[in-house]
Design a protein around this ligand. Structure first.
Ligand SMILES: N[C@@H](CCC(=O)N[C@@H](CS)C(=O)NCC(=O)O)C(=O)O
Length: 211
C-alpha cells in the first residue's frame, strides 16, 4: 500500500489526498509537522517537504504536481486530466496558479511569525500582491463555470479548491469571497464532495522556530 507523508494544513498534501480518494486508491496517511526538526519526511524526501508518496518498492516520489501526475499515469481511472494536449495544458495552468498562491501564503504566514523587529512589510506585501493577482486570474479563468475548467471535475478543481480553502483557513478575514463570488461558489460546491470533506485543512502547532 502507498504511504503518504502529509500535514493537516498543507494544501499541497491535500491535493494528493483528494486525488487518491477520488480514484479510490488505498493509502496509509502519515501526518507530520514538517517544520519541526524531528520530522520524518526528510528521510524520504531530501527537500524535507510534504507531500511525499512512498511506493510499495520503497521508492519515494515528492512534490505535489509530480505525485499527482504519477498517480494519474499509473491509475488513469477515473481521468482527472483531459487527454487532448491543449486541454491538458489548460488544466495545468490552474495548478500553477493555485500552488503559486499557496507558496505566497506560506511565506506570508512565516513572515508574520517573525519577531516584530525582523518582520518585513515589503516582503509581506510582495507576497500579498501575488495572492491578489493569482486569485483575480483564477476568477477570470473560472468565469461562470460550474467547474474550474470544462464540464467535469478535473485536477483544475483539486488545485483551485485546495488553494481557496487554505486561504480561508489561514486568513479568515481576507475578503476573497466578496471580491470573487464565482470562486466562493466553486469552493462551496467542491467542499461538499466527500474527497474534500474528508480532507478539510486544520492548523498544526509548530514546536520549533522556523523563521
Ligand atoms: N511545491 C511543493 C511545496 C510543498 C510545501 O511547501 N510543503 C510544505 C508544507 S505546506 C512543507 O512541507 N514545508 C517544509 C519545509 O519547507 O521545510 C509541492 O507542491 O509539493
Amino acid at each position: 500500500m502507498y504511504r503518504l507523508y502529509s500535514a493537516t494544513p498543507s494544501p499541497f498534501a491535500r491535493k494528493v489526498r483528494i486525488q487518491l480518494i477520488e480514484k479510490a486508491i488505498p493509502f496509509e496517511l502519515i501526518t507530520e509537522v514538517p517544520w519541526n526538526a524531528d520530522a520524518a519526511v526528510p528521510a524520504v524526501n531530501p527537500l524535507g517537504k510534504v507531500p511525499a508518496l512512498v511506493l510499495e518498492s520503497g521508492e519515494a516520489i515528492f512534490e505535489s504536481r509530480l505525485v499527482n501526475e504519477w498517480i494519474e499515469a499509473k491509475h488513469p481511472a477515473p481521468p482527472l486530466v483531459p487527454q487532448a494536449l491543449d486541454d491538458r495544458l489548460a488544466v495545468k495552468r490552474y495548478e500553477v496558479l493555485g500552488d503559486g498562491i499557496c507558496d505566497a501564503l506560506v511565506l506570508m504566514f512565516f513572515e508574520k511569525s517573525r519577531a516584530p523587529e525582523k518582520f518585513s512589510q515589503e516582503w509581506f506585501d510582495r507576497q500579498l500582491r501575488k495572492v491578489d493577482a493569482g486569485l483575480a486570474e483564477l476568477a477570470r479563468l473560472v468565469a461562470t463555470g460550474a467547474w474550474a475548467w470544462g464540464d467535469r471535475f478535473t485536477q483544475a478543481d483539486i488545485s483551485t479548491g485546495a488553494a481557496l480553502k487554505y486561504l480561508e483557513v489561514r486568513w479568515p478575514d481576507f475578503p476573497w469571497r466578496a471580491r470573487h463570488p464565482n470562486l466562493a461558489a466553486l469552493s462551496d460546491r467542491l467542499e461538499a464532495r466527500p474527497s474534500f470533506a474528508a480532507t478539510v485543512p486544520t492548523p498544526q502547532a509548530i514546536r520549533d522556530r522556523v523563521a
